[in-house]
Design a protein around this ligand. Structure first.
Ligand code: ASP
Length: 439
């Protein structure tokens, strides 16, 4: 039978009512055989996620501060779920074990993983599926990276042993058997790894929105819903997916061509957004797939006549960035100039040092720092075949009096990124979106 792996995020499993919705969804399609839950998330806007409670518990316990109030909150969340679902599980031994470990002094990763672990135990009982501890199928190497070979082998074996199973997200174990976790939101990544390991035909990612929109609804009124997007477009639009899908979650499934379907647990009838390898040209209804951007960038502009005659020029600049732990976002250049576009968070307290080092090592004719830059990415697989997409983009900005500070186009030809002054960010997105809308 075909296999669907369904991952349910924290808001989808925040309380008993959400568990009921999840069960209904799973039972509607027998192909939903492997379920990857997150820890309970927020029930309402000012609630606290279980994972955050666990981080807090760790901080309090490791500083020998009384943590009992927080502990009670943690325990009650799960007890409430079990009571309201009328489940007959004795959670006490689980809590006793976690508390004993906490007293003994455990790792932060172990403690934070218990949120998904317990939710997995409860969900498997509620669904009548087997429970598979992720420590036994999700393996990390010593350097905290996934041991793909070992993991995929274990997951394939697990699929032979269990027709239906719940495998908690977010964690696995290292070569010493210690619990390790992915970065925050890593349940998405676990789901993708399970999908690949069991050779699923679809990876469903259930969350609290019905997929991606072509622009941020806080900026553009009622942006169009994106029904389908390619993996590559999503990467280019990574500014957009933030908060919906972990930005590494596509990697395990890309090479296998397993589509990801983003769905809304609270509105399961909504179509969702499908992330796929390729979309047939005929189905391309729109010239662009989406427009998204991010604020808080700075640019270091370096000018030096005939810099391309110096073989070591670029290497020296890259080494300076590397030595200062600075990640580069983009590097547009012209014959005698080069711009380093860097997120402000990396330059904080380091801008002067870096500029001085560049002065010392490459002796530029001039070097300046420009702040308050925002980047806007316009992405669309059909831009490759459309003549005039850039003209449309530039005239949309020009007609709103927005000055383009820089232009970056990737070799994929499916995206154009413009740098604008941050004061023009929202208006820039609105005017581009409108410029490409069919009205
Ligand atoms: N519970 C973890 C977090 O809050 C992982 C996840 O939800 O995917 O980051």
């Amino acid at each position: 039978m075909e296999i669907i792996v369904a991952k349910f995020g924290g808001s989808s499993l925040a309380n008993a009512n959400q568990f009921k919705k999840v069960k209904k969804i799973i039972e509607e399609d027998k192909r939903r055989r492997y379920i990857v839950p997150s820890a309970p998330g927020k029930e309402h806007a000012d609630d606290t996620k279980i994972t955050d409670l666990l981080y807090l518990l760790y901080d309090l316990a490791s500083h020998k501060i009384s943590y009992l109030d927080i502990w009670e909150m943690f325990v009650h969340r799960y007890e409430d779920i079990c009571r309201e679902l009328e489940l007959n599980i004795d959670l006490k031994p689980y809590f006793d074990q976690i508390q004993k470990d906490l007293e003994k002094g455990v790792s932060k990763e172990y403690l934070s993983s218990r949120g998904e672990y317990l939710n997995g135990v409860i969900l498997s009982e509620y669904l009548g599926f087997a429970f598979v501890d992720s420590a036994s199928v999700m393996f990390f190497k010593d350097d905290s990276r996934l041991d793909g070979e070992k993991t995929y082998r274990a997951l394939a074996k697990m699929a032979k042993e269990h027709e239906y199973a719940v495998i908690p997200g977010f964690y696995g174990s290292d070569p010493e058997g210690k619990i390790r976790t992915f970065t925050r939101g890593g349940g998405d990544l676990s789901g993708a790894i399970v999908a690949r390991g069991v050779q699923a035909s679809l990876y469903e990612n259930w969350t609290d929105v019905s997929g991606f929109l072509a622009a941020d609804p806080n900026i553009v009124d009622h942006p169009r819903h994106i029904d389908a997007i390619t993996y590559q477009e999503l990467r280019e639009l990574s500014y957009m997916g933030a908060g919906i899908l972990h930005d590494e979650a596509i990697f395990p499934v890309v090479s296998e061509g397993i589509p990801i379907l983003i769905k809304n647990t609270n509105a399961p009838e909504d179509k969702g957004t499908k992330i796929v390898q390729q979309i047939r040209e005929l189905e391309d209804e729109y010239e662009i797939t989406g427009v998204a951007g991010r604020k808080n960038f700075s640019v270091i502009n370096i000018e030096k006549v005939q810099m391309n005659r110096d073989l070591s020029f670029h290497r020296k600049i890259m080494s300076i960035l590397e030595a200062n732990d600075i990640f580069l976002e983009h590097m547009p250049s012209s014959i005698d100039s080069l711009s380093l576009i860097i997120a402000d968070k990396y330059l904080q307290g380091k801008a002067e040092i870096v500029m001085n080092e560049i002065k010392t090592f490459v002796n530029p004719d001039s070097i300046t720092l420009q702040s308050n830059i925002s980047l806007i990415a316009v992405v669309g697989r059909s831009m490759i075949n459309h003549i005039g997409a850039s003209a449309k983009l530039f005239s949309a900005l020009a007609s709103h009096g927005i000055n383009i500070q820089m232009i970056i186009q990737g070799s994929s030809e499916m995206n154009i990124i413009v740098g604008v002054d941050t004061k023009d960010f929202e208006e820039g997105i609105r005017s581009i979106y409108k410029g490409f809308s069919k009205v």
